[in-house]
Design a protein around this ligand. Structure first.
Ligand code: UDP
Length: 353
């Protein structure tokens, strides 16, 4: 069968790294890159490091607000899906590229497959939550990371078939784990020692688009006692500069450009703890047995909170410090699968033929 896979931003390149190889052993894949993340730091480094196949089609849609991005992606995807006439359209996660792909698939009357279906933060102010919920309503096949995701889909009464496959990011984290463990040069380059620093990321609209929220984040950085490394998403860098906070942030943390997967995963694996508003990083911290302080009030990765490895603190410095003072939990159950989710995605696709 021919599968049109639509990706567009950083976490989706990581997810495609788990699926494209097993998919291409059994089926034809046409990889479509919307262009949402288009530069070397957010895009090509992931293709190179993780052996993701070079995109077959490039739509070049970037910038603008969510609505304009969505509609430009749909306009570009419509004729392309008509031309390719795929047997299925596969999308990952919760971005504009996910929802645009879902809508275009339905317009083209092609079965939609959603990987990482059913995750919910129950915070509909987040564009990502709206993208997830809408995509799941449209999908024919909903491939889930957890049993909880299946339950959410059941409660929402989705029409498609939900299947538990495990989380594809686990496949990638496991495949890279040996290289990450032994990647001392990445630590040395930044003058860090294992366990002696905190790793931070921040890029959610609710945190970075409001200058007051951003100021609170900088205050949180200033309150931390350990050295902090902060790979800056371009959106966050631009907002810090616009708010006149870049200097203070640079005093409080070692600011770096966005890092490639290998370097970032290395810094994550060796960190004392991670502070983040990223979805993927919460999950990767759990896999790496690194405590996570989530800079949001809610998360879709609730199992990590229940297991005691993740604490939601919003942007409250005192709550972050209190969470950092907690000892690591004694156990870390396998919450997100066994590292073979990519193969199960392909096996599930066979059901569509
Ligand atoms: N990541 C990376 N370099 C960075 C920051 C993140 O390689 O400087 C990786 C991270 O390991 C994870 C993915 O990017 O695999 C998460 O992407 P992001 O936080 O942008 O998106 P989210 O998961 O929140 O949708």
């Amino acid at each position: 069968m021919r599968v049109a896979t639509i990706v567009g931003n950083r976490p989706q390149f990581v997810k495609a790294a788990a699926v494209s190889a097993p998919l291409r052993r059994r089926h034809d894949e046409v990889l479509i890159h919307t262009g949402q993340h288009h530069d070397a730091e957010l895009s090509s480094v992931f293709f190179e490091e993780l052996d993701v196949p070079t995109p077959d089609r490039w739509l070049g849609v970037a910038g603008g607000d969510n609505d304009s991005q969505l509609s430009r992606m749909r306009v570009a995807l419509g004729p392309l899906l008509t031309e390719l006439a795929p047997d299925a359209v596969l999308v990952y996660g919760d971005t504009n590229s996910t929802l645009a792909g879902a809508l275009a698939a339905v317009d083209a009357v092609r079965p939609l497959v959603h990987v990482e279906a059913g995750m919910r933060s129950f915070d509909t102010t987040m564009p990502e939550e709206r993208n997830r919920v809408l995509t799941d309503q449209l999908a024919a096949l909903l491939l889930c990371s957890t049993g909880g995701a299946i339950d959410h889909l059941r409660e929402e009464g989705v029409r498609g078939e939900a299947i538990l496959v495990g989380d594809v990011m686990v496949d990638v984290a496991r495949a890279m784990s040996e290289r990450v463990r032994s990647n001392a040069p990445a630590l040395k380059r930044l003058g860090l020692t294992s366990g002696g620093y905190l790793l931070t990321t921040l890029h959610r609209a609710a945190n970075v688009d409001d200058p007051e929220q951003l100021r609170t984040f900088v205050e949180l950085l200033e309150a931390l006692h350990d050295p902090v490394v902060l790979p800056l998403h371009p959106r966050t860098r631009a907002r810090l500069e616009a708010a006149g906070l870049a200097g203070r942030a640079a005093q409080a943390a070692e600011l770096t450009p966005p890092l490639g997967y290998l370097e970032f995963a290395t810094l994550l694996y060796h960190a004392k703890a991670v502070l983040t508003d990223s979805g993927g990083v919460q999950k990767e911290a759990y896999l790496a047995a690194v405590p996570c302080i989530t800079l949001r009030d809610r998360t879709e990765w609730t199992e990590t909170v229940e297991a005691g490895w993740n604490t939601l603190v919003g942007l409250d410095p005192a709550a972050a410090l209190a969470a950092l003072a907690q000892p690591k939990p004694a156990s870390r159950p396998e919450l997100y699968g066994d590292g073979h989710a990519g193969e199960r995605v392909v096996a599930a696709l066979d059901k569509l033929v």
